[in-house]
Design a protein around this ligand. Structure first.
Ligand code: OAK
Length: 838
């Protein structure tokens, strides 16, 4: 359109210098043009949202220049990574894109010339909340790393119209408010009505003989919906590559049923349209599976089918044939939500492409690999057979056939071991029958990984033990990681600047080696002072937001003790709450107590149907109500529940933390990635030996990590012996006092019943062993308080944490996936191994 004059004659989209070729003046002009021609506003009456949109389109234009190149390389590359995930949590795009494109300074100048504040425009953006928690956020960090490492990548998922709910707090309780992320339009996506696929659902199957006289099966669906591609470019850092995030929106095949319309049944005619659009309407807000929800199964199949059909089409465009599908694609199943892909690819290859079963199965197994993200037994997905048959009759037949062949092999390996056969079967045969999605994923994948060393070990010992014994070579660990771009460079510019001054800018992409250079500054007084100032600034900024959002005034000099994550009993926010009560009582009793002032901050959403998690939020807020107005502890203890924890708020919270609470019952948290974000931003961790905490502690050094609590094995042993939590209550005076205080109604305006469900669970069962871990948690907290009082030492530990966290970059995780699972080469690498068999 002539707005971006080509810099090169041969290729109009190649720039001489991607990082500096974007002058402030050019950017300014583009913003103005977009304001007028896209946003239809003149500067005089433009709102902040108008300017934000104009700037967003300006930045997106620069991304789209890279888009064409990325598509081309996708088609030309020998093998591409496809990341199938029901959830993606990319966070706000604008700041990240500006940073990754290397155009921050020019954009700052351009907006200044227009009388605008760039940082205000960046903070104006909301976020696509298309995920519940860490599983979706991990997917987003992985796309960032894949783009940065210049790997041809497509992330496939669902374009939910309503993402995770917004959380409000009223009278201490969580209230869910509908997410409106699309209300003002989404400048980052490109709708592609021409890239659409039909997805059959329901109905029945029938057999027939084809023209060659071969016996075949045909699926006669009850209805067919259409999936339409919505594309978002995900830029790599200072490279020309972008990863492609392709999300599917469901629509009716025909907007109207014209026959019904002509018969005068207007509402009947639009019914199908409404039903079809329902599929991508809303994200299920649970971080555990939702048993028996037909819509959820339809969502999973819908996005998987669109994605596989899309891969086949792109492969064909590049001259490929279905029989070489596995050489073109490495497809990762992000937990079992997309595991139906195993049966769907078989259907597409066998029923549609007429490839024989054995060959199709080989292709399928070469294509897929599966990541497990939880050991919680209640979180393992299984579908009641009647429901499964109703939605996916053909897939059930295919799963039966996969299972028949699989169990035949198992029988040969373990003759007479019918118990094992029962456990390995893809079908659970109890009173009711279920399809086991983890078993389907395991059988249909060539690699199975856990997300932290401990988690992978436990996976092999517990939920996947039989599969591990059967296929030991398929199992490996890939510890999670986080993007140092978003989780340091973008969210913590002050600290990033210090690091760059100290070790150069390589740490942003090559974390492990470069950032380690920071160690030698840990004893440097001037550096420590600069570090302290940065942290202090971050804390003041968070304090400002806390006061705006909650009205609570906190002391930025106090120790910021933070726990942000989904609210769940196994994550034990209520253990943290018990510690607050103990500190409160101690301070009241002994005003001279030598502890630093503390601000305990919580954030996180509870699943709307998880009553006990919602009660934990109320519990925290009730404690806050009492503590925060008590003059006896004023300025020494404050409690804050920061509402609506999401990526954007996280970017504000992690950089301001002194102490990171990672206190799950050992063996329950698969990995954690929040733990990494905190430590990377200079917080010390107080944590159990759970998930990636174990590896973080090893990396930063045990002397720079506050460990406490039972180990995973000790938890199992304790339960085996018979755990009697009430004995802890009886034996520990302080614990008794705390629990009695809660029971007395002290935190609930005299209401003795309000927290009864929490207290009762702790005293009678205590599934997550809070009382067992309580004494050692308290001890570790005391240690943290003491350590904080010796400021120089604390700063030293903080610097060492950052210096030693380089290995937790998602770039490292992705390199491991590439080398050990996907066997995909970077676009910049010469030569190729992707043509070989995976
Ligand atoms: C959600 C639904 C089903 C199964 C797992 C999850 C999930 O979010 N798991 C989380 O995955 C993260 C990324 O690997 C881990 O860091 C968390 O520990 C784990 O709970």
């Amino acid at each position: 359109n002539g707005r971006h004059p080509p810099k090169s004659d041969e290729n109009p989209i190649v720039r001489e210098d991607l990082r500096t070729g974007l002058t402030a003046e050019a950017i300014k002009n583009d913003i103005l043009e977009n304001l007028v021609y896209v946003q239809a506003r003149i500067p005089k009456i433009a709102t902040r949202n108008d300017w934000y949109m104009a700037l967003a389109y300006t930045v997106r234009d620069r991304l789209l220049e890279r888009w064409g190149m990325a598509i081309e390389s996708l088609q030309q590359s020998s093998r591409a990574v496809c990341y199938l995930s029901a959830e993606f949590l990319p966070g706000p795009h604008l700041g990240n894109a500006i940073l990754n494109l290397g155009m921050y300074e020019q954009t700052k100048e351009a907006t200044a010339r227009l009388g605008l504040d760039l940082d205000a425009l960046i903070s104006h953006e909301g976020e696509p909340g298309l995920g519940n928690g860490e599983l979706g956020r991990l997917a987003a960090c992985f796309l960032d790393s894949l783009a940065t490492l210049e790997i041809p990548t497509i992330g496939y998922g669902i374009r939910y119209e309503f993402g995770i709910f917004d959380q409000e707090i009223h009278d201490g309780w969580q209230r869910e408010v509908t997410d409106k992320w699309l209300a003002f339009g989404n400048p980052w996506e490109i709708v592609r009505p021409e890239i659409a696929y039909y997805v059959p659902l329901g109905g029945y199957t029938e057999t027939y003989y084809d023209r060659l006289g071969r016996f075949r099966v045909r699926w006669v669906p009850e209805r067919v919906v259409k999936g339409i591609a919505h594309d978002t470019p995900i830029p790599g850092y200072h490279v020309e590559n972008v990863a492609l995030l392709r999300l599917w929106k469901s629509e009716a095949c025909e907007s109207f049923d014209f026959q019904a319309f002509n018969e005068g049944d207007y509402y009947g005619a639009v019914e199908d349209k409404v039903a079809s659009e329902t599929i991508s309407k809303v994200l299920y807000p649970n971080d555990e599976p939702i048993p028996g929800k037909e819509l959820r199964l339809s969502q999973q199949f819908f996005f998987v089918s669109c994605s596989l059909q899309d891969m086949i089409r792109v492969h064909r465009l590049g001259g490929g044939v279905p029989a070489t599908f596995d050489r073109r694609y490495a497809v990762q199943l992000n937990d079992t939500h997309p595991a139906i892909a195993v049966a769907e690819l078989m259907r597409l290859l066998v029923d549609k492409q007429r490839i024989d079963w054995e060959r199709a199965w080989e292709i399928t197994r070469n294509t897929f690999s599966y990541t497990n993200h939880t050991l919680l037994p209640e979180a393992l997905e299984k579908w009641p057979l009647p429901l499964f048959r109703k939605v996916l009759p053909r897939h059930l037949e295919i799963i039966f056939e996969i299972n028949r062949r699989f169990l035949e092999d198992v029988r040969l390996t373990y003759p007479g071991d019918s118990e094992r056969l029962r456990r390995l079967s893809l079908i659970e045969e109890a009173d009711d029958r279920y399809v086991r999605m983890a078993n389907l994923a395991a059988v249909g994948s060539h690699a199975i990984n856990g997300v932290a060393a401990l988690h992978t070990d436990l996976l092999k010992e517990t939920v996947m033990r039989d599969f591990y014994e059967l296929y030991p070579e398929r199992f490996l660990n890939v510890t999670n990681g986080v993007s140092p771009r978003r989780w340091m460079l973008l969210c913590n510019p002050g600290m990033s600047g210090l690091i760059t001054d100290a070790v150069g800018e390589n740490w942003v992409c090559n974390s492990q080696d470069s950032i380690a250079g920071l160690e030698s500054f840990a004893d440097d007084g001037a550096f420590r002072e600069a570090w302290r100032k940065v942290k202090q600034g971050n804390k003041m900024e968070l304090a400002r937001h806390i006061s705006e959002r909650t009205g609570i005034v906190v002391n930025p000099e106090s120790l910021f003790d933070i726990q942000v994550k989904r609210i769940h009993e196994y994550k034990r926010q209520h253990l943290n709450a018990l510690h607050i009560i103990s500190l409160y009582i101690r301070l009241k009793r002994t005003p001279s107590l030598d502890v630093p002032p503390r601000t305990v901050i919580f954030g996180g959403k509870a699943a709307p149907g998880y009553a006990r998690a919602k009660l934990i939020i109320k519990f925290i807020n009730s404690i806050a109500d009492v503590v925060n107005i008590d003059p006896d502890v004023a300025d020494r203890l404050k409690v804050v529940f920061f509402p609506d924890f999401n990526v954007k708020n996280g970017q504000l919270i992690y950089p301001a933390a002194d102490l990171s609470e990672q206190i799950s019952t050992a063996g329950k948290e698969a990995s954690g990635t929040g733990n990494m974000k905190f430590s990377l931003n200079g917080a010390l961790t107080i944590g159990t030996l759970d998930g990636a905490n174990v590896e973080i502690r090893e990396a930063v050094g045990p002397e720079n990590f506050l460990v406490f609590g039972l180990t995973a094995r000790e938890v199992t042993d304790l339960k085996m012996r018979g755990y009697r939590p009430w004995e802890s209550y009886e034996q520990n005076e302080e614990l008794r006092e705390i629990i009695d205080l809660v029971r007395s109604g002290f935190f609930s305006r005299g209401d003795r019943d309000l927290f009864e469900p929490l207290v009762n669970e702790l005293l009678s069962r205590d599934e997550y062993c809070l009382l067992a871990d309580y004494p050692s948690y308290l001890e570790a907290q005391e240690k943290a308080g003491k350590a904080y009082l010796v400021q120089g030492q604390w700063l030293r530990m903080s610097i060492l944490n950052v210096a030693r966290m380089g290995g937790f970059s998602s770039d490292r995780s992705i390199r491991e996936y590439l080398d050990h699972i996907w066997k995909v080469d970077s676009l910049k690498a010469s030569g190729s191994r992707g043509n070989g068999r995976p």
